[in-house]
Design a protein around this ligand. Sequence first.
Ligand code: C2O
Ligand code: CU
Ligand code: CU
Length: 528
Amino acid sequence: MNMLTTRRAVLRIGAGALAAPFVLRPLPARASGPALPIPALVEPDAAGTVRLRMAGGRHSFVPGQSVPSAGINGAYLGPVVRLKAGGTATLAVENALPWHTTLHWHGLFVGSDLDGGPHNPIAPGQTWTPRVTIDQPPAMTWFHPHLHEDTARQAHLGLAGILIVADGRDRERGLPDSHGVDDLPLILQDRRALEGEAPYAPDALDFIHGFRGTHIAVNGAVRPTAAVPAAIVRLRFLNGANARNFLLRFADRRPLHVIASDGGFLARPAAVDTLVIAPGERFEALVDFSDGRPVELMTLPDDNGRFGSGVVDRLKAAVTEALAGEEPVMTFAPDPALKGGVASLPAGLDEPAGADPATASRRRRFVFDERVEANLKALQEAGVSAEQAGQMVDHSAHGAHAGRPMAAPAPAATAASLGITMAMAGEPFDMGRVDVEAKLGSTEIWELSTQEMAHPFHIHGASLRVISRNGQPPEPHLAGWKDVVLVDGKAEVLVRFDRPAAREKPFMFHCHILEHEDAGMMGQFVTV
Ligand code: C2O
Ligand code: CU
Ligand code: CU
């Protein structure tokens, strides 16, 4: 099929009711690996509605093998929803799953009554229809379930998608904007099981460190190849993994020119050699493929949680071996048949106005608390062996998961069933407890600190700017408005409370390692 025809077809389907979430594009003859699946682009229909149907299915991450999955308008992941800045849309979310769910608009500026946090569950068979007005700068946001104590499993099954706020001015900005051609959405995830019936079977260690897999998937395909024009291409990265940090870099070290982060554009492109992206975080980067050469995008080992004293040598050796070196994420293969519209980088972009830390009305402190002592005790009571429990304290042991055979799936457990609790507001999360009252429209300085490992901080209905991490000012690509920041030690962020949250439906702030969130590393705030 001809590229343009495919793209028009995507747009046309998108205008209708339910779009198939993925359209496969043919690869140039020389490329190897599966073609990168491109999520369909969906815009509101004539009535201003976007239909999103959450349902179960089966998905193949590699040809010939499949696992149970769930998706939005399809069997795995969802479409790219594009909403116009300043516009209004009804998001009709149908729950065709056999369990309760929610759909949270991560990064969208809407009041908590319109956001699918834990206080807005959708029962099986029901449709939830928030009507949202888009009042924020252009940005790449996303959506995923947020049900109390059941977010990690649902997200891992595939319930996630990208939501782009656009103002139609990207051509004027000199940015690539042809969806699926020179503007590619890339949802990065990792998987442990590519076949069998239990794709998400976490054990005690997974709740402690977050569930990580050994296979890296992009848009639901393992190590895919994207055909790209020999030009400048816009890559929209979303880390949609439950726990893994990606440390992206090109095999030939060509730079990634970051143009936007969670909250919108940066003032100017910021070149990086390695792009670290934590769960929930987004970056848009321009990459120059005009040399016409295929190139692999790699990720460096994510050793988060692998540290500390009392290292068991034999495990350390195994882990070091398993984690040595980078691994391929995907390949970009320039195709002379594809036309790209952009040949040079923009000099500057329209960054949304900043905010002055001097205006902050107060300071608060939060600790990402793994509650190691309490959890060890709970696990021992639950019959987890001393050896396993010991490995838990020795965080380096967890990397051994990477080489663990999948033959015997771990029993399906939840943080609650194992008695594992974590906290970030002093006590583990409680739906009925409000932890923070913030003045709507105000800014505050939040001081965040970690103990045992790095944690990605995220806040709903608010934007943040990094003031410092471990005493250092943010690198240029981390200096814009964000809603996720990876904290490893101490961070100071300036939080601006953008949208209202009444007492009946508080907003959340939490660790975006989803197992930690489910275990209670989350607090609630309301605006006053
Ligand atoms: Cu992306 Cu509270 O979540
Ligand atoms: Cu969120
Ligand atoms: Cu965490």
